[in-house]
Write a protein that binds this ligand. Structure first.
Ligand SMILES: *Cc1c(COP(=O)(O)O)cnc(C)c1O
Length: 453
């Protein structure tokens, strides 16, 4: 059978449910702890920040959760998304491997993030919330939430990491076009921001700092909630529409993945693609290698410690057991802003720890070389974040050329890079470099992680 370039689904094939992997796991992930009592947090502890529907999804034990029709109605603006066979990329490196990519850049915000933003805005609107606050790294999540809030009539206030606020002014324009308010983080508007600026007036910010600011504002205002674009169970849950569609699409062309690769910042696009396949793996039907690729400059899964730590920089969130570089670690300003997070989702951490998934770290120069190769063969200019997945796929495909193996490689192409052209300019001018592995900074940040027996 000749395989088409683009494998499409009908609108009627849009998933009707999200897939919750937790009940299928051999062991549940460790609980999230209250930082004062070190007891597992209950729904009431999270109620100042999240609506009850999302809190219940966070701890749900059902394998499938129905997607409400108003959410599916918005998903249909761009879903189901295409799965592509990378014929031209394969040919350019003369590999016998077959590479498929699931393209999430087709959403209005340009990434996978609206899959959860729309769901989160919906449940908050249903609960009568007036405004959502959030952080954004590369600007992808802020854009997605701004869009989703607009669709459900909510206000949206975004703290954008200073490094990316300066590098990517048009992400701010996009958020403001959808009606959001955007601040550079650290800002003078919150206790958290002021504390960081007092220590370091030139701070380039980090996701952890921006989370502290957004959480502070939500926690201190009754009609304001907080929204997180990655890491949490309910976020990963919403992203499983990606993998459910990809499962059907690969089935249509009679393929089974041997290797599934995604980039990981907090783990949501990678989990969204891989969890429905992991379900099949746990059931003994398939046995793909499932590999996360992270930046060498922010290597939580490969160099972090698996232990309880705060999700934000100041220490306002519950304690989460995850692979962490230490909550005070501020990564170098690599261009993949969405991957500059000190921690990892507790589910991905648990799965890597239990050997069901694996991880690799790649430097940004190799990633941009891979992104250039991809853009010049497949046409789509990838965001710097999924360039990590592409680089991981090229490593695998190059090995196949040596070994002659015809592996099926599936990757998440989770966003386009149209707002990241400054990074491409830097690459083209020869100004893009790898950062040294920040061992001292990580060591000292890990020394500040709370000790939980
Ligand atoms: C936010 C973002 C990421 C990182 O977040 P994950 O939760 O790990 O997916 C990666 N790629 C893109 C395009 C993003 O917008």
């Amino acid at each position: 059978m000749t395989v088409p370039t683009k494998i499409l689904l009908e609108e009627s094939e849009l998933p009707t449910h999200w897939y919750n992997i937790i009940p299928d796991l051999p062991s549940p992930p460790p609980p999230v702890l209250h930082p004062g009592t070190l007891e597992p947090v209950g729904p009431d502890d999270l109620a100042p920040l999240f609506p009850m529907d999302l809190i219940l999804q966070e701890v749900a034990q059902d394998s499938y959760i129905e997607i409400p029709e108003p959410i599916r109605e918005i998903y249909r603006l761009w879903r189901p998304t295409p799965l592509y066979r990378a014929h031209r990329l394969e040919k350019s490196i003369d590999t016998p491997a077959r590479i498929y990519y699931k393209y999430e850049g087709a959403s209005p915000a340009g990434s996978h993030k609206p899959n959860t933003a729309v769901a989160q805005a919906y449940y908050n609107a249903l609960a009568g919330v007036r405004k959502l606050t959030t952080e954004t790294g590369a600007g992808q999540w802020g854009s997605a939430l701004a869009l989703a809030c607009r669709m459900f009539g909510l206000e949206c206030e975004v703290w954008q990491v200073a490094a990316s606020f300066d590098q990517k002014p048009y992400r701010g324009s996009m958020m403001r076009t959808w009606g959001a308010t955007v601040h550079s983080s650290p800002s003078e508007m919150t206790n958290a921001g002021r504390a960081i600026l007092a220590q370091d007036p030139d701070s380039t910010g980090s996701l952890g700092i921006a989370i502290s600011e957004a959480v502070e504002v939500a926690a201190t205002n009754d009609d304001v909630n907080y929204s997180l674009g990655s890491v949490l169970n309910h976020v990963l849950l919403h992203q499983t529409v990606i993998g459910q569609e990809a499962t059907v699409q690969l089935n249509k062309v009679g393929e089974t993945p041997d290797v599934i690769i995604g980039c990981t910042g907090g783990g949501s696009n990678f989990s969204g693609l891989s969890f429905p396949f992991l379900r099949e793996k746990l059931a003994g039907n398939i046995n793909p290698v499932i590999r996360a690729v992270e930046p060498a400059a922010c290597p939580s899964l490969t160099k972090g410690e698996y232990r309880y730590d705060f999700g934000d920089t100041i220490g306002m969130t519950p304690l989460i057991k995850m692979h962490t570089l230490g909550h005070s670690f501020v990564p170098d300003p690599i261009h993949a802003g969405g991957l500059r997070y000190h921690g990892m989702s507790p589910l991905v951490s648990h799965l890597v720890d239990s050997g069901l998934m694996e991880a690799a770290a790649i430097g940004q120069v190799e990633c941009f070389e891979a992104a250039m190769q991809f853009a010049q063969t497949e046409g789509i200019i990838p965001a710097p974040e999924p360039s990590h997945a592409i680089a991981g796929a090229l490593r695998e495909a190059n090995q196949c050329r040596e070994s002659g193996e015809e592996k099926v490689i599936l990757i998440a192409l989770c966003g386009h890079g149209h707002f990241d052209m400054a990074a491409y300019d830097a690459y083209l001018a020869g100004d893009l470099h790898d950062y040294e592995y920040p061992s001292e900074a990580i060591e000292s940040a890990l020394a500040q992680v709370p000790v939980v027996a």
